[in-house]
Design a protein around this ligand. Structure first.
Ligand code: TPP
Ligand code: MG
Length: 578
């Protein structure tokens, strides 16, 4: 057997032993040994293999798989610029604390520095953005290589998963020099399949962040004063629990994993600006990284209250203005007696404000007092009205059930949803580590595939929900290549909802956008050209070209049916005003 193939069998075998269930491969000559072993592992049922041409999309697919499952996916690429194409997803994984295993093939030492084709300096390419990296010399068939492969895989798995501390989880880079012969045919022996498969058929749906076993620093705090719990990305349901235990109001961003429960206050931006709130507030506890408002960092930097940060996955603790002096892993509430009083006197009024705010939402239902003819006319008018951002996000939120997944792009729509979403315990993902508009389609496909393939044997197919990806037109176009799905693979159950306002209208909301509009003429045109970047690409023709089902929505009446279900991968284009 070619030493490259033997090494790949041991390395990937050990990753499967440790829990890897998804392998992503982008084609290339230098990486043929691990790629062919990956294909054989899938043939014998040990892993799911996802093949993608574009390494940037492939890496975001792997990110989505890790995000949803909590288990790192391994991505295998060839040498050269292929490796650099992984960088955006590696950075997102680094900042958001998502486990990811990068396996790049490289030229052996004798081909380095001699102008060899497709050769660059790969070790250290992701410097500063990986938890750890290994530069593995080319295997030559010596006796110790099997043990080396197993040890390297184990170390990589540990570093990627945080070794019991998921806050430390993130991307790792294994740079594998591979020499001729680049591979030899290999069939997995039955004994190996039996050994590796013994627990491979029990995939854990997992979750991100996974359970923490590392030592934890716990803050015991008295539930005796008006407190706000703020939940940003990576917070998870523990923030909701903490709010209840502390008798605190809960300001949870829509992708925080804590946007539900009796203490949730949806219009948190407005409440933070309310003098009555600010006057009584005595403590703020922050979980994860809030990124969607200006009010949250303002509140924290303003000071004057006790500030506690609770660590979450990702490389940096959230600390605007470095105002938070105390970081812990967990907050436990003492003094349960006062919680009921606090809940009644402090939380309930703000929850009441929240309820009133939600009730003012755009109203589709006709006034019951209307005469029957007027009522029918009102209903007809309502369904014919154009879709606003608010009606779009509300419809997507309504359509999302606990067995579904929602992936939000870094467009205006995530902010719109964050402003108006009622409390609901559904799983929402968003790449807020760097809030890039890149890779959103592929991340969503990864989430969908992990969700539908992560079910336990006892769960029926009806438990498989739909993954909806909600994003703007530029974010969609940025990762349009992610729509390319190989025919040989299971199709993701996915609906990509494109809110098409023909450009990046998020910039119109900036001070510079308003200023440019005020000036008019050349300034307005220049702003549009370099910021909003108007575009009129046909989403329909793209959908058709990539073999996706396509639906176009122009009125409110068309919205709910378009979002409800899908027979195959589907794009719903929603026309929005600029
Ligand atoms: C990779 C990357 N490039 C650029 C940006 C800056 N950026 C943020 S939002 C945005 C435009 C988004 O446009 P669209 O997806 O159409 O959403 P809209 O604002 O129109 O709702 C851009 C270019 C980014 N976040 N990430
Ligand atoms: Mg747009």
């Amino acid at each position: 057997m070619a030493p490259a193939t033997a090494y790949a069998v041991e390395l990937l075998g050990q990753l499967v032993r440790l829990g890897v269930r998804h392998l992503v491969v982008a084609p290339g000559s230098r990486s043929q040994a691990p790629a062919l072993v990956a294909a054989e592992f899938e043939r014998v049922g040990l892993v799911r293999l996802h093949v993608r041409i574009d390494e940037r999309s492939a890496a975001f697919l792997a990110l989505g798989l890790g995000l949803e499952s909590g288990v790192p996916a391994a991505i295998i690429t060839t040498s050269g610029s292929a490796v650099a194409n992984l960088h955006p997803a590696v950075l997102e994984a680094h900042h958001a604390g998502v486990p990811l295993l990068v396996l790049s093939a490289d030229r052996p030492a004798e081909l380095q520095g001699v102008g060899a084709n497709q050769t660059t300096t790969q070790p250290g390419l992701f410097a500063g953005a990986v938890r750890d990296e290994w530069d593995v010399p080319a295997p030559r068939g010596t006796a110790d290589e099997s043990a080396h492969a197993i040890a390297t895989a184990t170390a990589a798995w540990r570093a990627a998963t945080g070794d019991g501390d998921p806050r430390a989880a993130g991307p790792v880079h294994l740079n594998l020099a591979l020499a001729d012969p680049l591979s030899s045919p290999w069939t997995a022996p039955d004994a190996l399949v039996a050994e590796l498969g013994s627990d491979a058929d029990q995939p854990e749906p997992g979750g991100h962040p996974p359970v923490i076993t590392a030592p934890r620093e716990v803050a015991r705090v008295d539930a005796d004063r008006p407190t706000a719990v703020i939940a940003g990305s990576g917070a998870g349901p523990r923030a909701e629990q903490a709010a209840r235990d502390l008798g605190a109001v809960l300001f949870a961003e829509v992708a925080s994993g804590a946007h539900f429960g009796p203490n949730l206050v949806v219009p948190y931006r407005e409440v933070i600006r309310d003098p009555d709130f600010l006057e009584r507030l005595e403590r703020v506890v922050v979980f994860g990284r809030p990124t969607l408002s200006r009010e949250v960092p303002w509140l924290i930097e303003r000071g004057g209250v006790e500030l506690i940060g609770v660590r979450a996955p990702g490389v940096e603790d959230y600390n605007p203005g470095r105002a938070i002096g105390r970081f812990v892993d967990e907050v436990l509430a003492d003094g349960a007696d006062s919680v009921a009083d606090l809940t009644r006197d402090w939380v309930r009024p703000w929850v009441g404000v929240s309820r009133a705010f939600l009730e003012q939402g755009e109203d589709l239902a006709p006034d019951v007092a209307l005469a029957p003819g007027d009522k029918a006319r009102h209903e007809l008018e309502a369904v014919r009205r154009p879709v606003t951002r608010r009606t779009l996000v509300e419809a997507v939120w309504r359509a999302t059930w606990p067995h579904d997944r929602l992936v939000l792009g870094a467009s205006r729509l995530i902010r719109e949803l964050d402003r108006s979403a009622s409390g609901k315990a559904v799983r929402v993902h968003a790449n807020r580590g760097l809030a890039g508009i890149d890779g959103t389609v592929s991340t969503g496909i990864g989430v969908a595939l992990a969700q539908q393939q992560g079910l336990r044997a006892t769960e029926t197919a009806s438990a498989v929900g739909v993954t909806r990806v909600l994003l703007g037109d530029l974010a969609f176009l940025h990762d349009v290549g992610g729509l390319a799905l190989p025919e040989a693979e299971d199709a993701p159950r996915i609906i990509v909802v494109v809110g098409n306002d023909e450009g990046g209208t998020i910039f119109d909301l900036l001070e510079a956008g308003e200023a440019a509009r005020g000036v008019g003429g050349a300034a307005t045109a220049a702003f549009a050209r370099v910021m909003r970047t108007p575009q009129s690409t046909s989403v329909e023709q793209l959908a058709r070209a990539y073999g996706w089902e396509y639906r176009r929505v122009e009125t409110r009446g068309e919205l709910d049916p378009a979002l409800s279900g899908c027979a195959g991968p589907t794009i719903v284009e929603v026309a929005l005003a600029r």
